[in-house]
Design a binder for this molecule. Structure first.
Ligand SMILES: Cc1cc2nc3c(=O)[nH]c(=O)nc-3n(C[C@H](O)[C@H](O)[C@H](O)COP(=O)(O)OP(=O)(O)OC[C@H]3O[C@@H](n4cnc5c(N)ncnc54)[C@H](O)[C@@H]3O)c2cc1C
Length: 458
C-alpha cells in the first residue's frame, strides 16, 4: 500500500533531521528514513567518536608532560582503552538517542527504519512500505573508500568505523592515508601508546594544504614518534608475521612496513550506488556524487541532494549549511546559495589547524595581487604560557580590495581563532577593521591584528 507524504527525507545525518523537523513544523507531513544508526557518520563513526578520543589523547599527553608545568604525578601514565572507548560511546550515544527522540517526538514526522530505494521520481520503497511525495530530500552521506589495492581482499583491515570499535590498543598501527582522517587517528593512537606508521602516496601529508603547513604538521607528529612513509606509489597489503605487511615500493626507504593492524584512511565514497537513483532519473558524476545546482536541486524537479552525497562539502558544517540553504529557499526568503559559503574546516591534530578560504598556493594561482603575513606560535604569549608553541599562523589579503581571502592557524586554539577571520571574510570588511579592533590579552587572537601589520606582497 502506498503511504503518501508531502516530503520524504532519506538519511538522518547532519542535514536530514533539521530539515525534516523544519518542514514538519511548517505543517508538512514528512517521512524520514534511516537504515542504520540515527545521527549518521558524525555522531556514530566520524566527528564525535574521533574528537572524544582526541580529548583523551590530549589528557594523556599533558599527563606525560606534567612535570614541565611543575605538577608531580606519582607512577607512570597509562591509558585505559576500555574507559576511553566507553567515554566515547557515552558521548555518541547521547547524541544518537537525542536525534532519534527529536524526530520521533516531532508532530507530522513519521520515522521508517530500513534501506530506502527510489522506485520512481516520487516513490521510495522501505522494506514493505512504498512512500510517495512530491518532494524528496537525499542525505545519504558516505562511507570509507576501500581502493582495490593488491591483497586488500585477503588482509584484515580497519576503517574509521571498525577502529573505533577496538577496546584494546593495537601495538603497531599502520595507517594508509596521510589525509585529515589518517592524521587524527595517528596522533590519537600514538598518544595512547601504539607504534604508528603512516603511509602516504603523495610526497607530503595533507597534500591539499600549503607545503609549509604539511611540513609543520608532519614535524609535529614526528616529534611524538610517528613514522611517515611518503611517496608510496604502489601500495599492496598481505598478512605479515605479526599481523599485516604493507609493501610500499617507494622511490626511497624501506620497501615494506609491518604492523599488528592496518587502518585504511584513503578517502570516502558517497552512498549513492544502492539508492535506485536510475529509477528516478537522478544523475551522478563520475565519482558517484549526486549532481546538484547552486540550490542543491538535482536534475529531477522535486528531488534535492544534501550533505556529503552531493560532493560539495564533506563536513558536518557543510551538510548542516546545505539544510539551511534548502530550508531558506523553500520556506524562507529564497536567497541562499552554496556559492555563498566560504571554505572552512579544522584538522584536529594537536595543536589543531584551523583553515578558512584560500591556501597560499591558491592565492598565487588566482592572479590577484596578494599580501601575506605569518607569525610563529613561539611569538604568541598565550602559546608560550601554555607551553604549546608549535605551529604558525598565516593570513592572506587581497591587495586591492583589502579583504582577507584566506588563513591557516596551526597552533594552540587555532580551531577557534580561525572564526574571527572567517567572520570578517563573510562581512567582506577590509582587514583594517580587524587591525584596529582591540582584542583580549592574553589570547592567540590578540596577535592577529599585530600580524596584519606585517603584510607583505607575495
Ligand atoms: C573519522 C571521521 C572524522 C570526521 N570528523 C569531522 C569533523 O571533525 N568535523 C566535520 O565537520 N566533519 C567531520 N567528518 C565528516 C562528517 O562526519 C560528515 O561530513 C558528515 O557526517 C556528513 O553528514 P551527512 O548528513 O552528509 O551524512 P551522514 O552523516 O553520513 O548520514 C547519512 C545517513 O544516511 C543513512 N543512509 C544512507 N543510505 C541510506 C538509504 N539508502 N536508506 C536509508 N538511510 C540511508 C546512513 O545510515 C546515515 O545515517 C568526519 C568524518 C570521518 C569519517
Amino acid at each position: 500500500m502506498k503511504e503518501s507524504y508531502d516530503a520524504i527525507v532519506i538519511g538522518t545525518g547532519q542535514a536530514g533531521p533539521p530539515l525534516a523537523v523544519r518542514l514538519a513544523s511548517a505543517g508538512q507531513r514528512v517521512a524520514v528514513v534511516e537504515r542504520n544508526r540515527f545521527g549518521g557518520t558524525c555522531v556514530n563513526t566520524g566527528c564525535i567518536p574521533t574528537k572524544s578520543p582526541v580529548a583523551s589523547a590530549y589528557a594523556a599527553r599533558m599527563a606525560q608532560r606534567a612535570s614541565e608545568f611543575g605538577v608531580r604525578l606519582d607512577g607512570t601514565v597509562t591509558v585505559d582503552m576500555k574507559r576511553v572507548m566507553a567515554r566515547k560511546d557515552e558521548i555518541s550515544s547521547r547524541s544518537r538517542t537525542g536525534v532519534e527522540a527529536w524526530l520521533r517526538g516531532t508532530k507530522n514526522c513519521t520515522v521508517y527504519q530500513g534501506h530506502a530505494r527510489f522506485e520512481s521520481p516520487t516513490e521510495v520503497s522501505v522494506a514493505d512500505h512504498v512512500l510517495t511525495a512530491q518532494r524528496i530530500f537525499i542525505d545519504v552521506g558516505g562511507r570509507a573508500r576501500i581502493p582495490p589495492l593488491p591483497g586488500v581482499a585477503d588482509t584484515p583491515y580497519l576503517t574509521n568505523s571498525t577502529l573505533l570499535d577496538l577496546d584494546t590498543l593495537p601495538p603497531q598501527l599502520v595507517i594508509v592515508g596521510g589525509g585529515y582522517v589518517g592524521l587524527e587517528f595517528c596522533q590519537i593512537f600514538r598518544r595512547f601508546g601504539s607504534e604508528v606508521t603512516v603511509i602516504e602516496r603523495a610526497s607530503r601529508v595533507v597534500p591539499a594544504e600549503d607545503e609549509d603547513i604539511s611540513s609543520a604538521v608532519r614535524e609535529i607528529l614526528e616529534r611524538e614518534g610517528i613514522r611517515f612513509r611518503l611517496n608510496a606509489t604502489c601500495i599492496s597489503l598481505s598478512k605479515g608475521e605479526i599481523g599485516i605487511a604493507a609493501r610500499v615500493e617507494c622511490t626511497e626507504g624501506e620497501p615494506e612496513v609491518t604492523g599488528s593492524h592496518v587502518l585504511l584512511a584513503m578517502g570516502r565514497n558517497p552512498n549513492t550506488d544502492d539508492l535506485g537513483l536510475e529509477k528516478a532519473g537522478v544523475l551522478r558524476d563520475s565519482r558517484g556524487y549526486i549532481t546538484v545546482d547552486d540550490e542543491l536541486r538535482t536534475n529531477v524537479p522535486g528531488i534535492w541532494a544534501l550533505g556529503d552525497c552531493n560532493g560539495r562539502g564533506g563536513f558536518t558544517h557543510t551538510s548542516y549549511n546545505d539544510f539551511e540553504i534548502v530550508a531558506a529557499n523553500l520556506l524562507g526568503d529564497g536567497t541562499r546559495r552554496v556559492s555563498g559559503r566560504i571554505s572552512a574546516y579544522n584538522l584536529y591534530v594537536d595543536p589543531p589547524l584551523g583553515r578558512a578560504g584560500m591556501t597560499e598556493a591558491q592565492a598565487r594561482r588566482s592572479g590577484r595581487r596578494v599580501l601575506m603575513a605569518t607569525r610563529p606560535m613561539t611569538r604568541v604569549g598565550r602559546a608560550v604560557e601554555k607551553g604549546e608553541t608549535q605551529g604558525f599562523m598565516k593570513v592572506l589579503v587581497d591587495g586591492d580590495s583589502k579583504e582577507m581571502i584566506g588563513a591557516a592557524i596551526l597552533g594552540t586554539g587555532g580551531d577557534e581563532v580561525i572564526h574571527c577571520i572567517l567572520d570578517l571574510m563573510y562581512a567582506r570588511a577590509p582587514y583594517t577593521v580587524m587591525q584596529r579592533a582591540m582584542h583580549i590579552h592574553p589570547t592567540v587572537s590578540e596577535l592577529i591584528p599585530t600580524m596584519l601589520g606585517d603584510l607583505k606582497p607575495l
